[in-house]
Design a protein around this ligand. Structure first.
Ligand SMILES: Cc1cc2nc3c(=O)[nH]c(=O)nc-3n(C[C@H](O)[C@H](O)[C@H](O)COP(=O)(O)OP(=O)(O)OC[C@H]3O[C@@H](n4cnc5c(N)ncnc54)[C@H](O)[C@@H]3O)c2cc1C
Ligand code: SF4
Length: 336
């Protein structure tokens, strides 16, 4: 058994200092992912720095109608927060469709965004995996790749990013606020997630010791009617094969604004920009939705077992847009 030290940080400064000082250390929030990965031997920190006592758990309204969600707010608390349900129902739905009640009570927003892929080869330290061990190869390319990505892939890695929450955040242009050894900075969430390219082990631009402090959501009128649909092998306690966040605003019969995010198909939480571009100014009809969905999936790279994701994603987009048009999150008051 490998020895592992634990320390509880009492301030943000301490947390950053502890982790920065030791290249083999990691932050520990709810522990629902980190502890698993340590047990599996996929991550091998020699020090875990518990950040649960840091004052980063508030959900605050911002002037102008936006929201700031502390990185240590729990998934359950954020999902049930009335202001989140009212202004960004797609976020509430994405949170409640993830993991299980017990996990959501422990799991933090920052930890959710930093969770690692569920690719089975990544979690098995005997299999070649470029993400876990750079240069060792990718077992999924010719292996069991049914759950793997079809967009944003490379010959180095085809793993999906598993977060449900990140899908609406990408669609809503959320901003990730961090504090690190070099000070504070803000990153657009779409830039926070990196494509695998030739370095799939680098998933985000955080420096070692850089802490996510909060997520900021800009005011967004159409987000009030957003909705999140998740398609998976079983109805609970399962990651997405395909998921979609849809929000659409129609004026004078034409689409005036639209937000589309996809989960389960991309190597990062996927902003469906091709589809959005097709939809802007188009009539809000099933034919426009289908054409936009086809445009988004056109560059899909299909593998032996995951080709079904392309038609599934296309249908999910059409269904998501159709439901969002009919009232989205408000109509979908029956949260899961
Ligand atoms: C059985 C199971 C099913 C699941 N199903 C789903 C699902 O369907 N959908 C879904 O979205 N998720 C799912 N999850 C993942 C779950 O949502 C995450 O495990 C959880 O959100 C992680 O949060 P945490 O606070 O426990 O993070 P931890 O496990 O404590 O940390 C995770 C990672 O984030 C880092 N970290 C944590 N906080 C910060 C911070 N503030 N700044 C910088 N780095 C930080 C840690 O160092 C670590 O690397 C599932 C998990 C399990 C175990
Ligand atoms: S898909 Fe990525 S995470 Fe999975 S085995 Fe290949 S390199 Fe590893």
């Amino acid at each position: 058994m490998r020895p592992l030290s634990y320390v509880r940080a009492e301030s943000v400064e301490d947390a950053i200092a502890f982790v920065s000082a030791d290249p083999h250390s990691a932050f520990l929030a709810g522990g629902t992912t980190e502890v698993d990965l340590v047990r599996l031997g996929v991550e091998r920190p020699d020090l875990l720095v518990d950040i649960n006592r840091l004052p980063l758990d508030l959900v605050e309204e911002l002037p102008g109608g936006g929201l700031r969600i502390g990185a240590l707010a729990r998934m359950s608390d954020v999902a049930h927060e009335p202001i989140v349900r009212e202004r960004y129902p797609g976020i509430s739905q994405a949170l409640l469709l993830g993991a299980s009640e017990q996990l959501r009570n422990m799991a933090s927003i920052g930890g959710n965004l930093c969770q690692r892929t569920r690719c089975a080869y990544f979690r098995d330290d005997l299999s070649p995996c470029n993400k876990r061990e750079p240069g060792s190869g990718c077992s999924a390319l010719e292996g069991l790749n049914r759950g793997h990505a079809i967009l944003g892939t490379s010959e180095s890695c085809i793993a999906t990013h598993p977060s449900d929450l990140a899908v609406p955040l990408v669609a809503f242009d959320a901003v990730v606020h961090t504090i690190g050894p070099g000070g504070a900075r803000s990153l657009a969430i779409d830039d926070f997630y990196l494509l695998p390219g030739e370095t799939p082990e680098v998933e985000h631009p955080l420096e070692h010791g850089e802490l996510i402090a909060a997520i900021e959501l800009p005011p967004l009128a159409l987000a009030r009617d957003s909705l999140y649909l998740k398609f998976r092998d079983r109805q609970s306690y399962e990651f997405a094969l395909v998921s979609v966040l849809a929000a659409v605003e129609v004026r004078d019969g034409a689409i005036a604004d639209v937000r589309l995010g996809l989960g389960g198909v991309g190597t990062k939480p996927w902003r469906a920009r091709r589809a959005e571009a097709e939809l802007l100014g188009a009539p809000a009809t099933a034919a426009s939705f289908a054409a936009a969905a086809a445009a988004e999936l056109e560059p899909a790279q299909l593998r032996e077992h995951n080709a079904f994701k392309r038609p599934l994603a296309e249908r999910a987009i059409v269904r998501g847009l159709t439901a969002a048009l009919r009232g989205g999150g408000r109509m979908n008051g029956a949260l899961p």
